[in-house]
Design a protein around this ligand. Structure first.
Ligand code: PHE
Length: 453
């Protein structure tokens, strides 16, 4: 078997993890949730969630992954041999594959809309056909399937190239590029006439909207955005060298993810308000309305506004890819390490599995729209299953594992690199308390409130 690869440096660890974190969740989910649940008041709750609940989970996954240098299944078997914890290992191989399947449908749409933007299809005179263009495309059969296949091929190709030549290299280039792009789009959006209302929508705190559901939404969003509870961060951490500071990389990852989400808010919402459109959630607004807003509002002429559309869909596509590779890597690590498959075979196999499930998700916008699972279309069912249930359960179990099953000395040893990291050692009591008590209890309570509230 070939030698296990490691990420090259602290910066590349953060880039790879931020790559997994920064994705569709930041671009189309975050801005709308913020407005729906009270603007700046929600952002405050979200930041508290990130640092007191999501960070402990990210650290739990980092500790397990780096301790064992194995993927989810192997790690659980090494740390708790012969126990029921292996089911957590198995669950977290299965859940990222489901996410990858429906995520690839949206990844395929981004590819298709990037092509449309390049072909200058988003012209002001076409504005009347806004909804029709997205609706017609997503409900058709072959176009979305072909684009999803292209998105999955790109994902599989990067993963096949390996941890250093594929994932690390892609993230090292894409993350700085993504930040530059989103800043350009945000500046454009904020300078559109009439954008002030959109800025207010994001920054005006409305505490009356902080209902129990808002807390559940903040938690769910922060888990989804930081790719938690499904073993992706665990798997990436298994490629982190023993002398790296995992507390610093986790903090860096959370910081960049949050920053990107806020920038995305300023890229999307001011444009939406400038066009006088009511904000609604989901991919619809991003794919139906934004390209036309950009072309219609065109400050600075047609060329600039057409370029903004191109940059916008490029941003979505690259951000989606940097996340999808992390989802596929979880399964690849399992097949290579536990089943002895070559990387090439493992990626090909996972490509096929996700393509089949993804195809069902894609067709659920068209010919399979009548097929319902628990009252939901296949796409929505997969999304709800993962983001409302599997991620939360996974996150809860990871924190319980590190807090209650692992030896406290081993946890401290891993977080402080054998006691050599003085800062981490000083913070250890607080972090351990968060992992052992605060995170599991709060996650369980919010989870239940979210269901019944
Ligand atoms: N964090 C990614 C996003 O915001 C989604 C994701 C979820 C990635 C789970 C990996 C695992 O889009």
């Amino acid at each position: 078997m070939t030698k296990r690869e490691n990420f090259g440096s602290r910066a590349t660890v953060i880039m790879a993890m931020a790559g997994s974190a920064i994705g569709l969740g930041n671009i189309w989910r975050f801005p709308f949730i913020v407005g729906e649940y009270g603007g700046a008041a929600f952002i405050l709750v979200y930041i508290v969630c990130c640092f007191f609940l999501s960070m402990p989970i990210l650290l739990s996954e980092s500790i397990i992954g780096r301790r064992t240098h194995q993927g989810t299944f192997g790690a659980m078997n090494t740390l708790a041999p012969g126990s029921a914890w292996k089911w957590l290992g198995l669950l977290t191989i299965f859940s990222p594959l489901i996410i990858l399947s429906y995520y690839s449908v949206v990844g395929g749409w981004s590819f298709a809309f990037l092509c449309k933007a390049l072909a200058l299809e988003f012209k002001p005179e076409n504005a009347g056909a806004v909804t029709a263009m997205f609706g017609d495309f997503s409900s058709s059969t072959w176009g979305p399937l072909g684009c999803m296949a292209i998105f999955l091929v790109l994902t599989a190709l990067i993963v096949y190239l390996g941890v250093n030549k594929g994932i690390e290299k892609f993230s090292k280039i894409s993350i700085p590029v993504l930040f530059v792009l989103i800043v350009i789009i945000a500046i454009y959006s904020i300078t559109l006439p009439g954008s002030g209302e959109g800025v207010r929508y994001l920054v005006k705190p409305d505490f009356s909207k902080l209902t129990p559901r808002a807390y559940a939404a903040a938690l769910g969003q922060s888990f989804f955005s930081l790719s938690l509870g499904v073993g992706t961060m665990l798997t990436y951490s298994s490629y982190v060298r023993k002398d790296e500071n995992i507390l610093a990389s986790a903090a860096g990852t959370a910081f960049f993810d949050l920053l990107f989400a806020i920038l995305a808010g300023f890229a999307v919402m001011p444009a939406v308000f400038a066009a006088g459109i009511a904000p609604s959630s989901g991919p619809g607004l991003v794919f139906e309305t934004l390209p036309f807003i950009f072309s219609k509002m065109g400050s600075g002429g047609q060329i600039i506004s057409a370029s903004v559309s191109i940059l916008f869909f490029l941003t979505i596509l690259v951000a989606a890819l940097s996340s999808s590779i992390s989802m596929m890597e979880v399964g690849v690590a399992y097949l290579v390490e536990e089943k002895g498959l070559y990387r090439r075979k493992a990626t090909a196999l996972l490509f096929c599995v996700t393509f089949v499930i993804g195809a069902l998700c894609s067709l659920s916008f068209g010919s399979l729209s009548g097929v319902k699972l628990l009252g939901q279309t296949i796409f929505n069912f997969c999304d709800r299953l993962c983001s409302n249930f599997l991620m939360t359960v996974g996150a809860l179990l990871f924190s319980l594992f590190v807090g209650w099953r692992m030896d406290k000395a081993a946890v401290k040893d891993e977080l402080t690199n054998g006691g050599t990291l003085k800062g981490s050692a000083r913070l250890f009591p607080v972090i351990y308390f968060l992992v052992k008590y605060v995170a599991p209890v709060t996650i369980a309570v919010i989870f239940i409130i979210g269901i019944i509230g």
